[in-house]
Design a protein around this ligand. Structure first.
Ligand SMILES: [Zn+2]
Length: 315
């Protein structure tokens, strides 16, 4: 990003106007309806593109669902093995090799299991699929049939230990077959998926796939949507502010958001689950902790209503 652009952005972020925008957004959030209460016997599946998304988006909801007697399941679609800076730090090298990147995938898989255990989700309720971090759009498009080779790990098939289908080729077909397997096993009443407005291409692609698979099962109404990469600098302010509410993500502000209110105890456990992801917190602790707030947001729709309506015609 050119320096001038950075300066303009920095100036804009620090303008008093921005705090007004936040104040207004806080009012909007305070007025949001609560998510329909979770129920005993319900089956909830969290679709997580990378290890950590399930905690950032949904750790409070996961706890509340379990407290209500619902069964919670988590599926990680990738092992998060595309983040070179994290591999450089965890493997102590300036230029991570494909082996270092695969070691990162294994490390993040272990972190995911620790975080879900903190949230009370048993290992048997979790699924690691192990598809390539940063490669989901390729799998969904150009590599639906032909296996994709992930540039950072050099892998063209699932390699992480404990994956649902070891050695499954990196193709859209295999990914969808694995997700179908998870859906058939879990039989979820509710599926918490990334919203199509999320800025991260893996998140958006998983949203499209979830919409397609659940629609084919005539179960699209079971989908609920969350955002982790919500646009310019969101969530603000960065860092741990457990008394502040999460404001609306700029990229998806028009969605019909609902919220859950976390108890202080649920926030503490969310922070502890977040801290299991040391490979991530040592790089972006302030971003990750900025999701530990008094609320979490969930939309029952993938798009704002006006966008779903046919265009208005003049009389
Ligand atoms: Zn992610």
């Amino acid at each position: 990003m050119p320096a001038a652009v950075v300066l303009v952005l920095a100036a804009w972020i620090n303008l008093p106007l921005l705090s007004q925008v936040f104040d207004q957004s806080s009012d909007v959030v305070a007025a949001l309806p609560q998510v329909t209460a979770f129920k005993r016997g319900q089956r909830l599946l969290v679709l997580s593109p990378h290890p950590d998304d399930e905690t950032l988006c949904c750790a409070g909801m996961i706890q509340q669902a379990q407290a209500a007697g619902a069964a919670v399941y988590i599926v990680w679609v990738t092992a998060g093995d595309g983040f070179e800076v994290a591999a450089a730090l965890s493997q102590r090298t300036l230029k991570p090799s494909i082996h270092d990147m695969r070691a990162l995938g294994q490390l993040r898989t272990n972190e995911a299991h620790r975080a879900s255990a903190v949230l009370g989700v048993p290992l048997g309720h979790t699924f690691m699929l192990g598809y390539p971090d940063g490669g989901l759009f390729a799998l969904f498009t150009t590599n639906f049939e032909e296996p994709y080779t992930a540039p950072r790990t050099g892998a063209a098939k699932v390699y992480v230990t404990g994956a649902l289908t070891p050695s499954a080729p990196f193709s859209g077909q295999s990914l969808e077959a694995d997700l179908e397997k998870v859906l058939s096993t879990v039989q979820p009443d509710l599926v918490l998926a990334p919203a199509p407005q999320d800025f991260h291409p893996d998140h958006r692609t998983l949203s499209y796939i979830a919409l397609r698979l659940l629609s084919a099962r005539h179960q699209a109404s079971r989908l609920r949507f969350w955002v982790v990469h919500g646009g310019l600098e969101w969530p603000l302010p960065k860092g741990l502010h457990p008394k502040l509410a999460l404001t609306l993500p700029p990229l998806a502000a028009q969605l019909p958001w609902t919220q859950v209110t976390l108890t202080p105890g649920q926030e503490t456990l969310k922070a502890r689950a977040t801290e299991q992801y040391q490979s991530q917190t040592r790089i972006m602790s302030r971003f990750m902790h900025s999701f530990v707030r008094t609320n979490e947001l969930l939309s029952p729709e993938a798009a704002a209503e006006e966008r779903l309506s046919p265009p208005k015609t003049s009389p």
